[in-house]
Each structure stands twice: as structure tokens, then as C-alpha cells.
Design a protein around this ligand. Structure first.
Ligand SMILES: Nc1nc2c(c(=O)[nH]1)N[C@H]1C(S)=C(S)[C@@H](COP(=O)(O)O)O[C@H]1N2
Ligand SMILES: [Mo]
Length: 328
């Protein structure tokens, strides 16, 4: 018999609620409240479904059973993994605020139902529900460094699948030169998107060669669990040789296009945040040095590495492009 050892964070099978049931139950609660019937009787509250003075409990993530995924030992670190508690409370996610402390606000992000649209110059345009995507793709764990342009870094055990696997599935046509990735747009859910001076939705992009490089990784989990909302659930990018702002969170659309996309930060400050954004300690940001980085959770700084230490994988992507601003 197959015995599964449960980790502390896993819940017993009988408590897991299939997504369809969860949606139905919410619809049920809503109509019951509208009718005013069950609130008065207190029936649902006694059954544990609903309570008038407490928010509904968070439902378990329907992808919980896919984690932890097997670690790909190709990707090793030169440092300790950043403690999970540090990582989940030091985030950039401007949709939920401009500080690093957005974890609570990001809980408003609704991650089911969630669909990802594939469009542009491909053989297979269409919409995929996140849980179908998760089942179709080969999930694995990778330990990656993560270097923000603000000169701090982390080391993260991501779970996900190579972006190339999705590109192979989408079957791009020869005219596709770039992959453009877009975050959700919903200013009711994400108060930061009411700040009209930002060019929402958040957009990022890679060349086809970058996107099909072994390192380009679509992330669905971290620390052996589904991805926390603060880190960009249910689907975000990780391109560890580039500054962190390239790693677009909470992706809803992936387009295959002929023209280089204008990215979110490029629109805001083209002289400070470019399209390429490859890590290079020798090229300072206009307002600060990139020579070293604060390794979060350690209280220490260490020298920053060219391509964040991933040059063996990616340096060849840039031969012939020396005239481009590759490092900002
Ligand atoms: N949609 C979206 N994606 C985003 C951001 C953002 O504000 N919105 N911030 C970026 C920046 S600047 C960084 S450093 C990383 C931060 O990822 P983390 O919070 O998981 O460390 O996400 C990137 N992706
Ligand atoms: Mo960043």
C-alpha cells in the first residue's frame, strides 16, 4: 500500500474540499444570505459553513497534493536558503502596496478560478485553467538565487516547470520573437491598481531565446507548497540571471509577439529599468551601486556576481548584442 507521510502543513484528505464543491458552497451561502433565511436560523453557522461575525475560513489550495515536487539537483546554491518567514514578509508586489509588507493585503488576491490566456503567434491559442496547466506540466523543485535591482537578494526553493515546456505546448510560429507576460487587472481586488499613474497591468517580456533557456522557470510553488499570494500565486516567472522585476507575478496572459514589449518598469523609468536587466555588479544603477547585495535574513552583504552567477547558462544568449543596454 502507498503510504504518504503528511507534512505539518498538509491537511487530512477528508478536510480537503474539491474546487467545484467550494464554488457551489459559496454560491449557496450567497443566495442564502440574500434570502435572509439561514442567517436568521443560524443553520449554516452551526454546520461550520458560515458565521456572521467571522470571515469564512480560507479554503485549502486545490493543488496542495502536487507538493512537494522532486528537487532537480542540477541547481545548487552557494548559500543558505532564505528562511520562509523572511521571504513571505519582504516582497515587491505593487498591486498590493508600495512597501515590502504586503503579505496581508495580498490575501485579497483570488487565485481560483484562475485561467491563463495563450495568444499571439502560436498554433494553439486559448485559455487554460491553472489546475489543468499544473497537471499537464512537469513540476520540479529548483534552488535559485533571486537578486532585486534594489541590491538585496534571497535564495528560494521554487517549484514549477520550465517556461520552455509551455512554449512547446503553445507551438510558436516563426514570426514570434518575444514572449510577453501580463499580470491580472482588477483594481477592486488590488488597491495598488487604483494608483492611476502606474501603467497597469504589470507587463514583462523575454526574447524567445531567453524564454526557451533552461533557466527560465514558471513558478507555481515555493518551500514545498503552493505559492503564497504575496509571492505571486498561482503562477509567476523566475529568471534568476536578471533583476527581480523581470519575474512577473500572478500571470494571466502569455502572448507570443513580433515586437519587443514595453515593460511596466521601462514605461515608468526607461533610463533606470530596461528591457534586458541582466545582473552585473560592474554596471551601477543610476542612483546606487550594484557591486554588492544584502543577503536577506543573514544581516550580511556579499559581492554580486555577473548574471547573478548563472553565466554558464546564459552568457551565450547575448553574443552579438553588445550594443544593447544588457545590464540595466
Ligand atoms: N505583478 C508584479 N510582479 C512583480 C512585481 C510587482 O510589483 N508586480 N515586483 C517585481 C519585483 S521588483 C521583484 S524583486 C519580485 C519580488 O518577488 P518576491 O516578492 O517573491 O521576492 O517580483 C517582481 N514581480
Ligand atoms: Mo525588485
Amino acid at each position: 500500500m502507498f503510504i504518504r507521510h503528511k507534512k505539518g502543513w498538509e491537511i487530512p484528505e477528508r478536510e480537503a474540499t474539491p474546487e467545484s464543491l467550494f464554488l457551489n458552497r459559496r454560491a449557496l451561502v450567497k443566495s442564502a444570505v440574500a434570502a435572509g433565511a439561514l442567517l436568521a436560523s443560524g443553520g449554516l453557522a452551526e454546520a461550520g459553513f458560515f458565521s456572521s461575525d467571522a470571515p469564512a475560513p480560507a479554503m485549502p489550495d486545490p493543488s496542495l497534493g502536487l507538493y512537494p515536487a522532486k528537487r532537480n539537483e542540477m541547481f545548487t546554491l552557494d548559500r543558505e536558503i532564505t528562511p520562509e518567514a523572511v521571504n513571505t514578509h519582504y516582497n515587491n508586489f505593487y498591486e498590493f502596496g508600495m512597501t515590502k509588507n504586503i503579505a496581508d493585503a495580498a490575501e485579497a488576491l483570488k487565485i481560483r478560478p484562475w485561467t491563463v490566456k495563450l495568444d499571439g503567434l502560436i498554433e494553439k491559442p486559448g485559455m487554460i485553467a491553472i489546475d489543468d496547466l499544473l497537471k499537464a506540466m512537469p513540476l520540479e523543485e529548483r534552488l535559485y538565487r533571486h537578486r532585486c535591482v534594489e541590491a538585496w537578494s534571497m535564495a528560494v526553493p521554487w517549484t514549477g516547470f520550465p517556461l520552455k515546456a509551455l512554449i512547446d505546448y503553445a507551438k510558436p510560429q516563426s514570426g514570434a520573437k518575444y514572449v510577453r507576460m501580463e499580470t491580472f487587472l482588477d483594481s477592486k481586488m488590488a488597491p495598488g491598481q487604483r494608483q492611476f499613474w502606474y501603467p497597469w497591468p504589470y507587463v514583462e517580456g523575454l526574447t524567445m531565446a531567453e524564454a526557451t533557456n533552461d533557466l527560465a522557470f514558471l513558478v507555481t510553488g515555493a518551500y514545498g507548497k503552493p505559492l503564497p499570494k504575496s509571492m505571486g500565486a498561482p503562477l509567476r516567472l523566475a529568471t534568476p540571471w536578471k533583476y527581480g522585476f523581470k519575474s512577473v507575478k500572478s500571470i494571466t496572459k502569455i502572448s507570443f509577439v513580433a515586437e519587443r514589449p514595453k515593460t511596466f518598469w521601462e514605461q515608468l523609468g526607461p533610463s533606470e529599468y530596461g528591457f534586458w536587466a541582466n545582473v552585473n555588479p560592474a554596471v551601477p544603477h543610476p542612483r546606487w551601486s550594484q557591486a554588492s547585495e544584502e543577503v536577506l535574513g543573514t544581516g550580511q552583504r556579499r559581492p554580486t556576481m555577473l548574471y547573478n552567477g548563472y553565466g554558464d547558462y546564459v552568457a551565450s544568449l547575448y553574443t552579438g548584442l553588445e550594443k544593447e543596454p544588457l545590464f540595466m
